[in-house]
Design a protein around this ligand. Structure first.
Ligand code: MN
Length: 732
């Protein structure tokens, strides 16, 4: 295991001004924090963060990055806290370690999600600082190097994740060496047989061509020297993984691969690169279509080189990469090397006022990273900074949804589809039930629970943060209110036409539209429902000859829609009388042929315990035993009759009951109440507005129900409506 002074020495080699005390503090802190934790290999756990730091010293990174590497597993795996790290090492390092902790937690999610490209974006988003990504790559590299100690069952998943996410990320960051090694290690664990085969063939071929490679190297150097060019030429074998990929992609055997060797020509300056190219092309014929100038047009990750393939000595195809030493460093170490070459160690994204060259370059690279090569570029051209305003969440199937920070599961639902938002009634975040109005965090997996036919509460409009959700909610609540008015208007009109004894249909209404000065039948219905149009006017518009009769009693709505109902006024509903007039009152214990009625206030329904009160000269009134109205007869026991229900199930009928309902004053409330009662198979006989305030309406409703159970069900349905604040049975 690396010792304290080893680490300091490694850093001092490239950064003589390093803060030795800081490095030592980190070493001791992490060593104590990890205590006697062990790696799968049996080594002390602390060896791992040290190795990760060592990898980063190869990349010549700054003190904060090295310290963050030493501390990278402390928050997640030990008692250490962010606060403590901030206090001891400063907020900059604290932030880096925090970023690494977040990514570590993310690994748990990635098992479920199959979208590597999106995960890479998420990774970038979470890493507020590119140094977090550098440490993460080094962490993954060391874990891959020691993967053979991990139980075989876990190796495949880790290797897949490395191939899908981390190796391409290293490539995009321009760190070819890291990418090559990650790919090769993954390949070895995922396909041990294929890996072994390719490796064996490569080394066999390497042996066979050993002389040839050297010969070509020497010949190239000599030819270039003849032109006055001093160059280093290095022959190299392609990696096992890239060879395998090529075999797979082209469905060819190993023997058919022509370009297993490549040569790198390294010079000092860019003009020398082109002179080398000229010299090579003069001596050996070039293979058409293989020349690429990545110096005048660098790749997205800032890779620069000249590529060409020539028919070299012994008719052997020779692939050449011509580049400067600087380009070579950048190719191998990517971001890190670039920083060293351009600005020493100054490449902190949050660095001073003047943006360093490396930082500009870094930003460009990050832009390229975030653009991705997936066709569905829903985060295209987004900058790293912009990611800070966003949260990234997953659907249960692993699709990534980007939302503004502060977004709720409701925003998430609407981002998926308007219908999903409208029907959302609950959600699970990371498998647990959560309120729809909670704030989503990066990496959350969100599942929306839906109830078809639901209307979103209007209050959501102010709770959501996305414009789409807000617009959808507004649209849905408007449509719902309109539908309520339309439904109410239809009910009012049906009754008005029935009273007039005239048939009505949408076609007839449509024909009368010009006379009503409305553009559609729905407009007419909702105008009537809102009370903007009087139902008798509609009847007259459809039947111009119709004369209104005087029988327009309280049941006619000549005063407008329901909402014109004044306190104390009542509105009688004409309901079909389902009671058979010939049927006897289903009550036992009655005397003689006395007429029977039900308690005037509150009625009585089967299921109630009842008593009869004898009213001389009038008959018998049936009261529920709990009725407050009975108290007036307390001192007249001679009038009390013992009665019981005698229900014939085959000939059921409805009985009167009375309820008071208090509702929030909002458009459509009354229609809602009427609909709930109707949907529950209750008949409304009468509604009286008993009190009216800005916020509430209280009404007394006369109902006809089958029995007590049915009445309880109607009350329960009413109570379930959000606009209903209370329901009580009179005499209940
Ligand atoms: Mn680690």
């Amino acid at each position: 295991m690396m010792r304290q002074y080893d680490l300091v020495e490694r850093v001092k080699r490239y950064n003589p001004g390093t803060d030795e005390a800081l490095l030592n503090r980190a070493y001791v802190y992490a060593m104590k924090a990890h205590g006697n934790q062990k790696r799968a290999s049996g080594d002390p756990y602390f060896a791992h963060p040290l190795e990760v730091a060592a990898i980063l010293t190869d990349l010549k990174l700054d003190d904060a990055t090295i310290v963050a590497a030493v501390l990278h597993d402390t928050i997640e795996d030990t008692e250490a806290t962010r606060e403590e790290i901030d206090r001891i090492f400063g907020a900059e390092i604290g932030q880096l370690v925090d970023g690494l902790t977040k990514i570590k937690k993310l690994d748990l999610v990635s098992k479920k999600a199959a979208q590597a490209e999106n995960l890479r974006k998420l990774l970038i988003a979470i890493s507020s600082d590119v140094r977090v990504l550098l440490v993460k790559l080094a962490d993954r590299l060391h874990n891959m190097r020691t993967l053979h100690y991990v139980p075989p069952s876990k190796r495949a998943r880790i290797s897949e994740e490395t191939l899908d996410i981390y190796a391409p990320l290293a490539g995009r960051m321009g760190m070819q060496e890291v990418r090559d090694e990650l790919e090769d290690l993954s390949f070895r664990h995922l396909m041990p047989d294929a890996h072994q085969m390719v490796k064996a063939k490569l080394s066999e071929l390497g042996e066979k061509n050993k002389g040839l490679i050297e010969k070509i190297e020497q010949e190239l150097v000599a030819k270039l020297q003849a032109q006055g060019l001093k160059a280093d030429v290095k022959g190299r074998q392609k990696t096992a993984y890239s060879v395998w990929k090529k075999m797979e992609r082209k469905s060819i055997g190993f023997e058919q691969l022509s370009d297993i060797f490549g040569f790198r020509v390294l010079v000092n300056t860019i003009p020398e690169c082109y002179r080398v190219l000229g010299a090579v092309h003069v001596v050996w014929p070039m293979v058409p279509g293989r020349f690429k100038d990545y110096i005048s047009t660098p790749k997205q990750n800032d890779y620069r080189s000249l590529h060409t393939t020539v028919i070299g000595p012994g008719r052997q195809r020779v692939e050449l990469q011509i580049r400067t030493w600087e380009m070579h460093q950048i190719d191998e170490f990517g971001i890190a090397a670039h920083a060293i070459y351009k600005d020493g160690l100054e490449f902190r994204p949050e660095g001073g006022a003047a943006e360093s060259n490396a930082y500009q370059w870094l930003r460009k690279t990050i832009d390229a990273l975030s653009e991705g090569d997936s066709p569905e570029e829903f985060l295209e051209h987004t900058k790293l900074e912009l990611f800070h305003d966003q949260v990234f969440c997953f659907t249960p199937k692993g699709a990534l949804i980007a939302l503004p920070r502060g977004a709720t599961p409701i925003d998430f639902a609407y981002a998926l589809h308007s219908a999903i938002g409208n029907e959302a009634v609950g959600c699970r975040v990371n498998g647990r039930s959560a309120p729809l109005l909670s704030e989503l965090q990066n990496g959350d997996q969100v599942e929306i629970i839906r109830a078809p036919g639901q209307t979103p509460p209007a209050a959501w409009e102010t709770a959501v943060v996305t414009g789409k959700a807000r617009a959808d909610i507004r649209r849905a609540t408007r449509a719902a209110v309109k539908a309520q008015y339309t439904g109410l208007g239809r009910q009012i009109l049906e009754r008005a036409f029935a009273r007039a004894g005239k048939p009505c249909s949408d076609a007839k209404l449509k024909a009368a539209l010009p006379r009503l000065a409305r553009s559609s039948v729905d407009d007419v219905l909702s105008a009537v429902g809102r009370g903007e149009m009087v139902s008798s006017d509609v009847v007259k518009a459809v039947y111009p000859d119709f004369r209104e009769e005087q029988n327009a009693g309280p049941g006619s709505d000549g005063k407008g829609g329901w909402f014109e109902l004044k306190q104390g006024e009542n509105l009688k509903f004409k309901v079909p009388d389902r009671r058979d007039p010939e049927a006897s009152i289903p009550i036992r214990g009655l005397q003689g042929d006395l007429p029977v009625s039900f308690a005037p206030n509150g009625g009585a329904v089967p299921g109630d315990r009842i008593v009869g009160i004898l009213n001389p000269g009038e008959g018998i009134t049936i009261y529920p035993i709990q009725s407050a109205g009975l108290s007036v007869f307390d001192d007249q026991p001679e009038r009390w009759l013992d009665v019981r229900w005698d229900i014939d199930e085959a000939r059921k009928s409805r009985f009167p009951a009375q309820i008071t309902v208090s509702v929030i004053n909002e458009p459509g409330a009354l229609a809602d109440i009427a609909k709930v009662i109707g949907d529950s198979d209750g008949n409304i006989d009468n509604i009286v507005m008993t009190s009216k305030s800005n916020d509430f309406r209280e009404m007394m409703i006369d109902l006809e129900v089958w029995d007590l159970k049915h009445l309880s069900a109607v009350i329960a349905e009413l109570k379930a409506k959000p606009i209903v604040s209370s329901v009580t049975r009179v005499n209940g």
